[in-house]
Ligand binder design. Structure first.
Ligand code: UDP
Ligand code: MG
Length: 335
């Protein structure tokens, strides 16, 4: 029996970033492919991006790509971080719709039919909003909650609360997202910025299938500053605010000094002086730090380096995007 080749443009592409996910991958691939087949039959592709894992993740992805023809395995040259791994995956997709999902099964693949149904109503983006975060630490929940709320109040873009990158997007949104050249990618913010018709589906975030979170405190802080610095210039204005307060205080101080001089107790006040020196020095350092955060990002951006480097792509099926030279996708948006 001759099988007809799958259509060139799949109806659905799924992108899953994988970093040290050797224990979750088999279960993830099984559940994800089942969910896709339930909705679009064979007309999908599953892009698994290995983000420089130090365990057997890449070997497992290669094996999975042998087992499932829909799987496209992508090996990045090193660990680029979650957001860039997703970016690399997105650049290789060709589907009419694209789903971003974590490989650790915290986002349930079984939500796909519901998301597809919402898209059929004419939405450009359907994102998952986390109602519960089972088994995540109280610290993570608290910091994440605080971060999303601070960002919302400071940002001019309306970034929805408590959403991750788990979302289904139209081709149009993905093409526009791929065309955005910024390095410090806070994808959920960028998608919100793109606008169009967006809606949410609430879901309970499950515990990890296996292993530990790879978002260390450092990576979380980095993502949070990327989110803030990419979507708000409010922190920069803090310097101006502090300067105004400082000037007011200096004015009062001048009056007090004149008064002290006229009535003869000028030598006193060492304590307040010391406190003020420390106070102003701290405020200045804080402002310098804020400038540094933005300046550093501008510096990195002006270098125009490629966002990611792909070493290898494996797939059993011919793939429209894969005929492009390997590094082209990354290079195209570095500059
Ligand atoms: N991930 C990645 N590169 C990294 C860190 C994480 O590709 O440097 C992937 C990871 O394999 C998972 C997803 O990004 O599929 C989310 O990471 P994680 O589960 O560690 O974060 P959390 O869900 O705890 O926020
Ligand atoms: Mg996770």
């Amino acid at each position: 029996m001759i099988q007809s080749p799958p259509p060139l443009r799949p109806r659905l592409s799924v992108v899953a970033p994988c970093y040290n996910e050797e224990e979750s991958l088999a279960a993830f691939a099984a559940r994800m492919t089942a969910a896709c087949e339930g909705v679009v039959g064979q007309a999908y592709e599953l892009v698994l991006v290995n983000d420089g894992s130090r365990d057997r993740t890449w070997a497992i992805i290669q094996a999975i790509s042998e087992q499932y023809p829909a799987v496209v395995g992508v090996n990045l040259s090193r660990n680029h971080g979650h957001q860039l791994a997703v970016t690399a995956g997105l650049s290789l997709t060709s589907g009419e719709r694209v789903l971003i999902i974590d490989a650790d099964l915290q986002d349930p693949p079984e939500l796909l039919p519901q998301m597809m149904a919402r898209m059929d109503e004419g939405y450009d983006v359907v994102y998952g909003r986390r109602t519960q975060r089972a088994k995540e630490s109280a610290f993570k929940k608290l910091t994440a909650g605080l971060f999303y709320r601070t960002l919302k109040s400071l940002s001019e873009t309306d970034i929805p609360l408590d959403t991750g990158d788990f979302r289904l997007m139209s081709r149009r949104i993905v093409d526009r997202l791929n065309a955005m050249p910024e390095r410090d990618r806070f994808i959920r913010g960028m998608v919100a910025w793109l606008g169009g018709k967006q809606t949410e589906i609430a879901y309970d975030r499950e515990p990890r299938f296996a292993g530990q979170t790879h978002y260390t405190l450092g990576k979380m802080l980095h993502l949070a500053t990327d989110g803030l610095a990419s979507f708000s210039t409010a922190p920069l204005k803090l310097a101006t605010l502090l300067a105004i307060i400082g000037m007011a205080m200096a004015g009062l101080l001048a009056l007090y000094a004149v008064y002290g001089f006229l009535f003869g107790h000028a030598a006193r006040g060492w304590t307040s002086l010391a406190l003020m020196v420390v106070g102003f020095a701290t405020a200045q350092l804080a402002c310098l730090g804020i400038f540094g955060a933005y300046l550093g990002r501008m510096y990195m951006q002006t270098k125009g380096r490629p966002l990611f480097l792909i070493d290898e792509v494996v797939s059993r099926r011919p793939h429209p995007v894969l005929s492009v030279p390997e590094d082209a996708a990354g290079e195209a948006r570095g500059g």
